[in-house]
Design a protein around this ligand. Sequence first.
Ligand code: TNX
Length: 489
Amino acid sequence: MIVPRPTRLVRRRGRFTLSPDTAVRAGPGAEGAARLLRASLRPATGLPLPVHEDGRVVIALDERLVGLGDEGYALSVTEHAVVLRAATRQGLAHGVQTIRQLLPVEALGSRPAPNVEWALPGVDIRDAPRLPWRGVLLDVARRFQPVAALRRFVDLMALHKLNVLHLHLTDDQGWRLPVPGWPRLTEVGAWRAESDGDGVPHGGCYTRAELAGLVAHAAERGVRVVPEVEMPGHARAALAAYPHLGNVPGRELPVWTRWGVSEAVFGVHDAALEFCRDVLDEVLEVFPGPHVHIGGDECPTTEWETSPTALARVAREGLAGPHELRGWFLRQVAEHLVSRGRTPVSWEPVGRPGAVLMPWRDAADAHAALDGGHDVVMAPHRSTYLDYPQSAGPDEPAGQPGLVVTAHDVYHVPLPAGVLGAQCALWTEYVPTARHLERLAFPRLAALSDALWAKRPSWTDFTDRMRGHADRLTALSVPHGPLTTREED
Ligand code: TNX
């Protein structure tokens, strides 16, 4: 009852029992997967699982194992051995998660579980995902989360073979990323006086070492981190730190203490563009992955409409009006990323070949981008925004008002032909703690993972498998509600 559903799973006779004598044979390049297996099973099982060349748990990187794609793996369990093979480290990492799920549920706990036989059923599995981008956005700008909470979140993603953590690092209400040469970003931009009238100061930021450590932790688990720096809107925390980056000379604004979209946006002048390039250069140092998200959503043009600098820019660039400045700004920044060998991602079209679009309204935006030859990652709010509650029931924790997004909605996220995949978003205006975040995330992220990984997703089959999987979430102390559907479903 693996989640997400493996491509092919055949039961075999017999089983393999892990014992204190069981050793792991890790071939070249498989050391990380062996470490991951050992570390994840240690707390509950106490098994040492040392590396030894005669080990009967075999983990091998085999580049000839073509046909399973970049993330696939093959796993066989007989009474004699457990053999996990993949062409990539990512594939091995996913295979380790399947091994964890094949074991009794107690294996996932964080305390020693006595008197459990650590047996894996005999199986033959060949498994690979349907889509390559299976992501989750985590908004650490509205609510700072210590890096330990992010690592745990990555572990939970990895259990579900979700492979992209989209970190929303900056917004009107907070800036979490240190940038050399711009100390006030974290001294000033990381702190706000209160959140929507609660009277409680809030803030925090990461160190470069913490973020690099998170990237490495995620990579060992087959997860890559896609950083997002919002521009030219959602920029008020940066403007609080450095007012000259805005449109109104001499104005000082505090980091925003309300939710919503601030009208204070970056100016369309060279200073703001140079700042953004500087920030992105630091981002590229810390986050080695191919994709960098540059935001681009919800950018009011009010300030540009009355700014002489902005109006001069409109004239100089031959634009039809200030409403075209957002696209212009994003194109400058996207150009910079491309010149450094990276791929820009944005919420709205950048109008540049090679950029990835993440449509958040509906599938129509996706079709337009696909027709234009762009890569697309689906993020339509009605089926993927997990800050909305998953039911209207009385036990439902608080969330963003206005909409209900059920697990069934997530499972049926529109996936037009040709998209890279999809992701859910955990915006955190209404999500004060890490536990609250997990309660909103699950079981909907399990639904996302199955919908994007399984070759032929089936809601009824998924709900069957979820019964056992819910026990895994419980063993991991993940607060989670029931699977929800709409009345009409
Ligand atoms: C929209 S759509 C946002 C976020 C909010 C969220 C609240 C998009 C890219 N941005 O800034 O947090 O709605 O649900």
